[in-house]
Design a protein around this ligand. Structure first.
Ligand code: PEP
Ligand code: MN
Length: 339
């Protein structure tokens, strides 16, 4: 169960409430976020909800039987809107377009991508400064100095920054320069990292694990939420299957399922999802039609020269066309009365 507390609940009222919930055989956890305070009750026994619901200091009470609770739509039907400032949102009913290189490589490259974003009305730029690479000998990113440089250029242009945080020790040093912390697929179940991201007041985008289930992704989001941070975005980026013809298998099924199960916005990453440049646009548009609230894809001035993931990266002309198509398909989607 989720109990939303009144902001002015007294400590006595809270003590009494916890005692009553424990009394029906439920274990309680207190959750404090920037937006509200909650008591989560975990247990299986049947009980009369009115007995708890009428106690003082409660705003609302909901029965949520899923393993994940706070990220579930069962208590919060209203979709979560992520406000990044300056009129930039990631939310149900809007289409977020996020593009940029796999890796941040140089000042010149940053300027070119920022210009590309500005020219195409794209307000969010992606790029890794700490890169998780399968081989330790591959390029591993420009690090915090690269992020500072990127931030100085992007903020002048009103572009928001989406970049991966790989470990807890990076959270604080990155904080002044990021708008969305990306949790990569390989870190999707790094629970220490998720716990720590619960303590920040900036948005977190969690990518689905390489072999993670939908439920596991939601549980990862639950970690961050229960740690205190409600500003969460889910990202479907493909999973590993037995199929070898594509890098991963973009699980389009996950998009409507996540949207139905959770109030959090859902973003699709067709670049890592299929891993083949020529097919990225199709999969991006398929993701939009499947109900995504945004698309994140890789672009670079000269993809063949990208330090990483060039094979799945669009050039700027392709990216400009795709961004326009994404918006066009999204507008079309609104006219379909999908169940
Ligand atoms: C990336 O976004 O470049 C990346 C490494 O993604 P993922 O964690 O999904 O592999
Ligand atoms: Mn990449």
């Amino acid at each position: 169960m989720i109990i939303q507390l009144q902001p002015d609940i007294s400590s006595k009222q809270k003590e009494n409430l916890i005692e009553k919930v424990n009394g029906i055989g439920y274990k309680t956890t207190e959750v404090k976020t920037q937006l509200g305070d909650y008591i989560i009750g975990i247990g299986k026994k049947e009980f009369d909800i009115r007995k708890i619901g009428q106690l003082d200091g409660i705003r609302d009470i909901h029965i949520v039987s899923d393993e994940y609770k706070l990220v579930s739509k069962k208590w919060k039907a209203k979709p979560t809107s992520i406000d990044l400032g300056d009129g930039v949102f990631i939310k149900d009913g809007e289409m977020a377009v996020i593009t940029g290189p796999c890796s941040i490589e140089s000042e010149e490259q940053i300027r070119k991508v920022v210009d590309h974003c500005v020219e195409n009305g794209i307000r969010m730029m992606r790029g890794g400064v700490f890169k998780p690479r399968t081989s330790p000998y591959a390029f591993r990113g420009m690090g915090i100095e690269g992020l500072k440089l990127w931030h100085s250029i992007a903020s002048d242009a009103g572009i928001k920054i989406v970049t991966e945080v790989m470990q807890t020790s990076q959270i604080e040093e990155m904080y002044p320069y990021v708008d969305i912390y990306q949790v990569g697929a390989r870190n999707s179940q790094n629970f220490n990292l998720l716990d720590e991201l619960g303590k920040v007041d900036k948005a977190v985008m969690i990518k689905r694990g390489i072999s993670g289930t939908i439920e596991e992704l939601l549980q990862s989001a639950e970690y961050v939420f229960s740690g205190g941070n409600e500003k969460l975005i889910l990202c479907e980026r493909g999973i590993r299957t037995y199929e070898k013809a594509s890098r991963n298998t973009l699980d389009l099924n996950a998009i409507p399922i996540l949207k139905a199960k959770s109030h959090l916005p859902v973003i699709v990453d067709p670049s890592h999802g299929i891993g083949i440049r020529a097919y990225v646009p199709q999969m991006a548009l398929a993701g939009v039609m499947a109900g995504a609230d945004g698309v994140i894809y890789e672009s670079h001035e000269i993809p063949e020269k990208a330090y990483s993931d060039g094979q799945q990266t669009l050039d700027f002309a392709q990216s400009a066309r795709l961004a326009a198509w994404i918006r066009e398909i999204f507008d079309k989607r609104k006219t379909f009365d999908l169940l």
